[in-house]
Design a protein around this ligand. Sequence first.
Ligand SMILES: Cc1cc2nc3c(=O)[nH]c(=O)nc-3n(C[C@H](O)[C@H](O)[C@H](O)COP(=O)(O)OP(=O)(O)OC[C@H]3O[C@@H](n4cnc5c(N)ncnc54)[C@H](O)[C@@H]3O)c2cc1C
Length: 92
Amino acid sequence: MRTEATIGRTFVDRLIEEHMQGANIVNEVSMAKSWITDLSQKVAVECMQLYGGYGYMEEYEIARRYRDVAVNSIYAGTNEIMKVIIAKNLGL
Ligand SMILES: Cc1cc2nc3c(=O)[nH]c(=O)nc-3n(C[C@H](O)[C@H](O)[C@H](O)COP(=O)(O)OP(=O)(O)OC[C@H]3O[C@@H](n4cnc5c(N)ncnc54)[C@H](O)[C@@H]3O)c2cc1C
């Protein structure tokens, strides 16, 4: 999980640098938004599982993290729409 999170962070850091340099990174941002928010859901599921039954109890923060992470792939443009943007920019 740490490896995947580090890969995602590295990608975002690179995009921030390119954005600050004025590059057109619409496609890469759409890739980052969909891939990283999908990844965050996968990681949240694994973390919740680590806690066993406690992971599902509201008293534990991971339960809320597990529930709330889902919205990241919905707001600010759903991940399906991100894929439409990527496909269009690829000329598909
Ligand atoms: C907590 C929260 C905060 C939000 N904040 C804001 C905000 O500040 N500003 C704002 O403008 N909006 C905001 N939204 C709205 C959010 O951006 C929309 O929910 C989002 O755009 C999806 O639109 P929809 O809910 O109408 O789903 P729909 O458009 O009805 O889509 C339903 C499903 O179909 C998929 N889908 C739709 N069209 C296509 C297509 N052409 N190809 C493939 N799949 C498709 C979608 O990806 C989705 O999975 C917020 C939403 C939430 C939940």
